[in-house]
Design a protein around this ligand. Structure first.
Ligand SMILES: C[S@@+](CC[C@H](N)C(=O)[O-])C[C@H]1O[C@@H](n2cnc3c(N)ncnc32)[C@H](O)[C@@H]1O
Length: 254
């Protein structure tokens, strides 16, 4: 039987390389690009944008190619290496930091957290320390925009091996098969494993925790931090949020 090695999808370069082929849908990228374009048109100038938990840098580079000045915050070596290998990566300033540790001498027009980065913050203390840091790095009138999966929609019910198993073609690696499996559901915290099977027979397992913070708690914590003018959407077509929707997308103003 093949031995399964413990891996980390974000810090291990060999697993980080698989992130983009797995996450090919670009609804969220299009959404945040459109948002930046609209804010830029209103102010009649290009923006200074911060992408927190920027991962492989897809959105950050797209925004930079449109002429915005972009900084990417990302703690994981593997993801940053993929970002650095991306065409036009030199248009973005990359920082190996977390959402609570970064300290830049700038205040931004727009801060984004995409790909459900928000769900990696597992405790109230961690969320507040990230929100406080983002608030301090926003210009007055600037916007924080990010999304969270709606706990009431229970996306994880579909994270079974049968429903998620897929084979993707990874440049320089070949066909990689991956699937998810739920390990534990405990209130707002979901623990799940992702398995990866490489063409040469290597197998990896990465265990992750995500928090599904309900919308009312998000609202309270954003307001307690000082954010105002909260706007809520339920999906990438900007339909209004209601509890039946899959996403909780929020725009919050300083
Ligand atoms: C699901 S990926 C999303 C990446 C990217 N934003 C996207 O849309 O594809 C989550 C990212 O959050 C990063 N991350 C983990 N802990 C973090 C922290 N404390 N602060 C900021 N980012 C973090 C991970 O390394 C990973 O790149």
């Amino acid at each position: 039987m093949t031995e399964i090695t413990k891996g980390n999808s974000y810090t291990d370069y060999q697993l980080a390389q698989i992130y983009d082929p797995i996450n090919e849908a670009d609804h969220d990228i299009q959404y945040y690009v459109k948002l930046a374009t609209e804010i830029s048109a209103q102010s009649d100038r290009k923006l200074h944008v911060l992408d927190v938990g920027c991962g492989t840098g897809w959105l950050a580079v797209e925004l930079a190619k449109l002429g915005h000045k972009v900084e990417g915050i990302e703690p994981a070596f593997g993801m940053l290496k993929v970002a650095n290998n991306r065409p036009d990566s030199d248009l973005v300033n990359w920082h190996q930091e977390t959402g609570s540790s970064f300290n830049l001498p700038n205040q931004f027009d727009l801060i984004v957290m995409t790909g459900h980065v928000f769900q990696v913050f597992l405790t109230d203390d961690e969320i507040f320390s990230v929100f406080d840091n983002l608030y301090a790095h926003l210009k007055s009138g600037g916007m924080l925009a990010f999304e969270n999966r709606n706990i009431e929609y229970r996306s994880w019910d579909r994270w079974t091996p049968d429903e998620t198993r897929e084979t993707v073609s990874v440049p320089d690696v070949g066909d990689v098969t991956y699937w998810h499996d739920i390990i534990e559901e405990k209130g707002e915290l979901i623990t799940f494993a992702t398995y990866f099977k490489f063409p040469d027979g290597r197998e990896y397992r990465d265990d992750n925790n995500l928090r599904f913070l309900p919308q009312q708690k998000m609202k309270q914590m954003l307001e307690d931090t000082g954010f105002r003018g909260l706007e809520w959407y339920g999906d990438w077509d900007q339909r209004p949020f209601d509890p039946s929707q899959r996403e909780i997308i929020v725009h919050a103003t300083k």
